[in-house]
Design a protein around this ligand. Structure first.
Ligand SMILES: *Cc1c(COP(=O)(O)O)cnc(C)c1O
Length: 428
């Protein structure tokens, strides 16, 4: 397994240059001049890798894409304008009307509505199942569906999937597996485990500073015995026959990016690379702080507020947290308050923590789920996604862990910073 030392070296050395400008250069041109008509023809044919037009590629973004491909152990990647852009690119490139997607476990709100509302309007069918419902997973795969979507860690459900088992099933039934790895960059490398496409919202931990919206899809190489040679995907075969090893990225670029234009911009790609330089360091810090904060909260919270995280022995995913996730599953913890008014009172008393709809930021963030990101969903859907009436999602940042824990405790305890809030003082 690659450790944080490996990634610290890889990332700082790949982002910086040794000669001339050390920081990445920003090329903000939308169009690029060609030497002559012959060069223009070769660029459009794909024989020369010079920039064609910024919708289909930009030199600053190209550098970001090559670093992220290395980071994920993929062949190549395509950066997009947002995480949802990457998800939409992959779905529109690989699926057509009447194809079916199986969604396993809880999902980020935007992904859920993309699949369940927008793609549905274009005839792409979908079904959803619980994270460990292997019977339904296998039954659905047997039908010959075209894609499986899963998040490496449920956001905000904090469910940890049995990825090795799901990967094995998808490969057995020759079905494309797309893993949203936004919550666990570096910690999990799904392509090396046997997944086909990895997606990130780089807006989150990868950029880290809440300064650049962005996404990326990373692809594996196609091989001669590839499952994509299966008849189920015959519509993709002309591109596969032509592009061989690189076909997965070509499919996404030609059928998603070129036609729909969810392209990354140079300035955003520059900022994302600055984030990449310190990604491993920042993750290490969060991985150290998070269990400390969870422990302080667990010990000191009043009975009507519960902290939830797979690092706790009582958590149903604790075993997988140790065996498959090596004691780290991203920056999210949740507080289960008994109701909305308790959650609101707590949030409004926070002095340090920021209320916002982001995760993976350098700062600690918190948000009430049911009234914000999940407000448009009915009760059953909220339940499936792990959203309850009093749920607060917290994303741990780089601050002193004890200071952050104390901020939550004083907020619960009406501004009294004692580490032992008394029940009678607590918010109801
Ligand atoms: C934020 C997020 C997305 C969407 O990314 P944007 O950059 O906001 O478009 C997708 N998946 C997960 C898990 C996320 O947290």
């Amino acid at each position: 397994m690659k450790d944080f030392n490996y990634f610290n070296t890889l990332l700082v050395q790949s982002v910086g240059s040794k000669v001339r400008a050390i920081a990445p250069s920003i090329t903000s041109s939308a169009a690029f001049g060609y030497e002559n008509a012959e060069e223009a023809e070769s660029i459009f044919k794909g024989e020369i890798a010079n920039p064609l037009y910024a919708r289909v590629g930009n030199p600053t973004t190209t550098k970001l894409e090559s670093i992220i491909a290395k980071m994920e152990g993929g062949l190549a990647s395509i950066a997009t304008s947002s995480g949802m852009g990457a998800m939409a690119m992959v779905m529109t490139a690989y699926l057509k009307s009447e194809d079916e997607v199986l969604c396993i476990g809880g999902f980020f709100g935007g992904t859920y509505t993309l699949v369940n509302e927008t793609m549905k309007r274009f005839g792409i069918k979908s079904s959803f199942c619980d994270i460990d419902d292997f019977e339904q997973i296998e039954e659905t795969l047997k039908k010959g569906i075209h894609m499986v979507l899963i998040e490496s860690v449920g956001n905000p459900s904090l469910e940890l999937p049995d990825l090795p088992k799901i990967i094995k099933l998808c490969n057995k039934y020759e079905t494309l597996l797309v893993v949203d790895n936004t919550v666990t960059p570096l910690t999990l490398r799904p392509l090396e485990m046997g997944a086909d496409i990895v997606i990130h919202s780089t807006t989150k931990a990868i950029s880290g500073h809440s300064a650049a919206l962005g996404g990326v899809a990373v692809f594996r190489a196609i091989n001669t015995k590839d499952k994509l040679h299966n008849d189920k995907y015959k519509e993709l075969h002309p591109i596969i026959n032509k592009m061989k090893k690189k076909a997965m990225v070509a499919i996404a670029k030609k059928r998603g990016m070129r036609d729909i234009g969810m392209s990354a911009n140079a300035h955003g790609s520059f900022l994302t690379m600055l984030g990449l330089e310190t990604l491993a360091l920042r993750l290490q810090r969060v991985n150290d702080s998070l269990p400390k904060i969870v422990k302080i909260l667990e010990k000191n919270l009043p009975k009507h507020i519960k902290v939830s995280h797979p690092s706790l022995k009582s958590n149903p995913y604790h075993k997988r947290f140790v065996s498959d996730f090596n004691y780290a599953c991203g920056p999210i913890i949740t507080l289960e308050c008994s109701n909305k008014s308790t959650a609101f009172k707590l949030l409004n008393k926070l002095e340090i923590v920021t209320q916002t709809a982001n995760i993976g930021d350098n700062r600690t963030l918190a948000l009430h789920m049911a009234s914000t990101i999940y407000r448009d969903f009915d009760e059953d859907t909220q339940k499936y996604l792990g959203v309850t009436e009093g749920l607060i999602r917290i994303s741990i940042g780089l601050e002193d862990p004890e200071t952050i824990a104390k901020d939550f405790l004083q907020a619960i305890n009406h501004g009294n910073s004692s580490l032992n809030p008394k029940e009678e003082n607590s918010v109801n």
